[in-house]
Design a protein around this ligand. Structure first.
Ligand SMILES: NC(=O)c1ccc[n+]([C@@H]2O[C@H](COP(=O)([O-])OP(=O)(O)OC[C@H]3O[C@@H](n4cnc5c(N)ncnc54)[C@H](OP(=O)(O)O)[C@@H]3O)[C@@H](O)[C@H]2O)c1
Length: 286
């Protein structure tokens, strides 16, 4: 039988909450922290302990997961006044599952090493539904030994955990994946808009896509959102706009990527808090 590992979870947003819940359900104690404390209450009711600071999470757990928005959040969580590195503890494994730059992972690996901790970057592909059902795809950068230590925990979160290289390689893989996601979101929106402009029903086009070689989980999920006019963020448009900026900063400069980057940057101020598929609303306005 798998022995229980004390875990910490920082970042209880759309993704972090269901992921932390899965560790709890698998019998691993979870010490949880969220910047806005109210979001931790649901997990407390389910058996997690709520830690007052990131440093307290590190004190309480052997393996600490981070699932927050961006590079800035990661930097603050490590180096802030009550940040992880304020804890005197050593020898912990910190796993950053947020979508961030390879550069911040390299920096945080160095800082972690200076405090005798290990660090893995382990961003995920999949959204809230996959987080809830433990069907994420996890792409991991960092040392093999740390990856081996994390694998039993990853098994509760994803259908796949693949080590793709050293520190930052997981982040690079994720930026490649989300570039493709941007293509698909904009592509679906453009096809729907074209069909509607020519008098076709959106539902008919979506039924055709679903029954063609173009069918995918993403197309089906976002097709349902479009049909139900449900733009509530499962994956916020501003987060994809951030990922496309990160990919560009890593040197991605190619025809489709440049257009999709620009479209999402333009859409961010109006539709940033809605789901990525609100890109259709933006295209209809322009
Ligand atoms: N949603 C998806 O479908 C999806 C899929 C794959 C990957 N991702 C990636 O997963 C990460 C989390 O996404 P999400 O959808 O869960 O986002 P979300 O619902 O917006 O949650 C963001 C989390 O980050 C925390 N946070 C933001 N800035 C912070 C700071 N400066 N210090 C401490 N905490 C901070 C927020 O705390 P507060 O509650 O206090 O604001 C919240 O817990 C992102 O990197 C995203 O790109 C998302």
């Amino acid at each position: 039988m798998e022995s229980s590992i004390t875990t910490g979870w920082i970042g209880l947003g759309n993704m972090g909450t269901p992921m932390a819940r899965r560790l709890l359900a698998a019998g691993h104690p979870v010490a949880a922290y969220n910047r806005s404390p109210a979001k931790a209450e649901a997990l407390r009711a389910e058996g997690a302990t709520v830690a007052p600071t990131p440093a307290a999470v590190l004190d309480a757990a052997q393996v600490i997961f981070l699932m927050v928005s961006d590079d800035q959040a990661i930097r603050e969580l490590f180096t802030g006044e009550q940040g992880l590195l304020q804890s005197p503890a050593t020898g912990k494994l910190i796993i950053n599952m947020s979508t961030v730059s390879p550069g911040i992972s390299q920096e945080m690996t160095e800082l972690s090493r200076a405090h005798s901790h290990n660090y893995l970057d382990a961003p995920v592909s999949g959204s809230v539904k996959q987080a809830e059902s433990g069907q994420l795809a996890i792409m991991v950068g960092g040392e093999e030994d740390a990856f081996k230590q994390a694998k039993p925990l990853f098994a509760h979160l994803g259908k796949l955990a693949l080590r793709v290289g050293p520190t930052g390689a997981g982040n690079t893989a994720k930026l490649a994946m989300n570039t493709l996601l941007g293509f698909e979101a904009q592509g679906l929106a453009e096809a729907v808009r074209f069909a509607q402009q020519h008098g076709l029903a959106m539902e008919d086009l979506l039924t055709l896509i679903k029954n063609s070689a173009l069918a995918s989980t993403f197309m089906t999920m976002k097709g349902e959102s479009l049909l139900g006019e449900n733009y509530q963020a499962a994956f916020a448009l501003k987060l994809l706009a951030k990922d496309l900026r990160l990919a560009k900063a890593e040197g991605l400069d190619s025809p489709l990527a440049n257009v999709v980057h620009q479209t999402f940057q333009e859409a961010e101020s109006t539709h940033g808090d809605e789901d990525v598929i609100a890109i259709l609303k933006h295209l209809k306005r322009s």
